[in-house]
Design a protein around this ligand. Structure first.
Ligand code: GAR
Length: 190
């Protein structure tokens, strides 16, 4: 059995799909960490019975916040960390301590359209291919070695809403699959 923590900042639909999928395995989602007090992801954590932590960044030194996150991750005995719509960039303080153990999902075919508006920017670019990237996290914005990419071809009459729906469908299937594979391989080494 291996433990995973999820960090999110918003709605938490990926947190929910990760937790529901992992609940069917021997692995465990040990906690949710969120930097926004009013984020809907807290409601989902309550329903799913996952311990949650609010870690604000406002008016705090980044290193102090990251020390707090590091302590939560360590005391939760987690082996892997999944960013699921967590809209903050880590410094080397966290990245060095959790090297190759932090994974992120982004709703575009990176390196194209990093940042907070990946879906909109992909859609309005007119690119024929849109998609999702799962990658290890480094100190850049949506950079780091790619683990998996999945694309789809823009359909006739594609709207921003239909593209968004397709992207979320891919995310909710692919992210849990990749994370479970990683947890399986960690399991063999611990
Ligand atoms: C997801 O689409 C995720 O790929 C994106 O935020 C959304 C979170 O949705 N992440 C990024 O844009 C990272 N740069 P959710 O809160 O419903 O899971």
């Amino acid at each position: 059995m291996a433990n995973i923590a999820v960090l999110a900042s918003g709605s938490g639909s990926n947190f929910q799909s990760i937790t529901e999928a992992i609940n069917k395995t021997e692995h465990k989602v040990v906690c949710l960490i969120c930097d926004r007090k009013d984020a809907y992801v807290f409601e989902r954590a309550k329903v799913l019975g996952i311990k949650s932590y609010y870690v604000p960044y406002y008016k705090r030194e980044k290193e102090d916040v990251e020390k707090e996150i590091d302590q939560i991750l360590s005391s939760s005995e987690c082996h892997l960390v999944a960013l699921a719509g967590f809209m903050r960039i880590f410094s080397s303080y966290i990245i060095d301590r959790w090297s190759n153990k932090i994974i992120n999902i982004h709703p575009s075919l990176l390196p194209k359209y990093p940042g907070a508006h990946g879906i909109e920017e992909s859609y309005y670019s007119g690119d024929l291919e849109m998609g999702v990237t799962i990658h290890y996290v480094d100190t850049g914005m949506d950079t780091g070695p790619v683990i998996y990419q999945e694309s789809f071809t823009r359909r006739e009459n594609e709207t921003l809403e239909s593209a968004e729906e397709e992207i979320h469908k891919i995310e909710h299937r692919a992210y849990p699959e990749i994370l479970i594979k990683k947890l399986d391989s960690i399991n063999k080494t611990v």
